[in-house]
Design a protein around this ligand. Structure first.
Ligand code: AMP
Length: 280
């Protein structure tokens, strides 16, 4: 990937100091104008009018960069009951090597608001996968992944694959890109996420082993608590290196993975177990 010809375009909209919406893209110079307008329209399209909109454009010349393949996507059409879905998500996280205590701690913190003041964080918690100890330098804000996007071709193909599974929401497309970047971070083991949007109940577990596994209902409708927990192998963790990857390094997703449904977690775990054994 040649970053001399790419720009990062980021939008952040807020009202009375509270975040309303944000989005970001990586584009070639010929698309700068149209994409900056597109993100501005998006900021203005929200129901709650922003009083502050920032569109930031950075030349990515000289920044370390890499190209990635998106994580495989599995939609688990299992339980509409959040408690049962969380139990399934916990099993997946443990299958990726996260300790039971760390899993429990992540669910408990994300359910009640993981920032020390009790609210949602703007970024992700970083947790030692063995002990659940929090490693992010700023627990109020967390660590935000930035500077990632699909190439035009991969993005189009991914939209088609997701649409075929009935996943037409822009959120899934964007969350998959974000999860694919995070999955390439140094020391990464797995991630747990559900949205803080009270209307949007879906969430996911992602890892190299499982890919991106989407649960339609990880919380009750109306619940405004959400966030992300990234589980890390502490032996491989270096805070400065991790932050620089998440926030600075540009990543373009150039290839899509597979996209398929599964009936339940038992069947899914059996399947990936046999994929691992047969090397497929
Ligand atoms: P969302 O999926 O956009 O509803 O975000 C859910 C939660 O994920 C937020 O409350 C944040 O805690 C976290 N989050 C959102 N965007 C990012 C990001 N770019 N990097 C890391 N964490 C994020």
């Amino acid at each position: 990937m040649d970053c001399r010809n790419y720009y990062s375009v980021r939008m952040h909209a807020s009202a009375l100091g509270r975040h309303i919406s944000g989005a970001e893209r990586i584009v070639t110079p010929d698309k700068l104008d149209s994409v900056a307008r597109e993100l501005l329209s998006r900021a203005l399209a929200k129901d709650r009018s922003p009083d502050h909109i920032v569109v930031t454009i950075d030349d990515l010349s000289g920044l370390i960069h890499r190209s990635l393949t998106a994580l495989d996507v599995t939609t688990l059409n299992s339980s509409a009951d959040p408690a049962a879905a969380r139990a399934d998500a916990a099993r997946l996280l443990q299958a990726t090597g996260v300790g039971a205590d760390a899993v429990e701690k992540a669910f408990s913190l994300l359910s009640r608001g993981a920032s020390p003041s009790g609210g949602n964080m703007r970024g992700a918690m970083i947790m030692d996968a063995r002990t659940g100890e929090r490693l992010e330098p700023d627990q109020e804000r967390g660590v935000r992944a930035s500077r990632f996007d699909w190439t035009g071709e991969a993005g189009e193909k991914m939209r088609t694959l997701l649409n075929e599974q009935g996943l037409v929401h822009e959120r899934t497309y964007e969350a998959l890109a974000l999860a694919s970047k995070i999955a390439d971070s140094p020391g990464f083991i797995s991630e747990l996420c559900w949205s803080d949007d009270p209307e949007y109940t879906a969430g996911y577990v992602s890892s190299r082993l499982t890919g991106y596994v989407r649960f339609p209902c990880l919380k009750k409708e109306g619940d405004a608590r959400g966030g992300r927990a990234v589980f890390i192998d502490r032996k491989k963790f270096d805070a400065a290196q991790f932050l620089s990857f998440m926030e600075e390094e540009a990543v373009l997703i150039e290839r899509t993975g597979q996209c398929r449904p599964d009936t339940d977690v038992d069947h899914f775990l059996q399947r990936i177990g046999s994929d691992v054994r047969t090397g497929s």
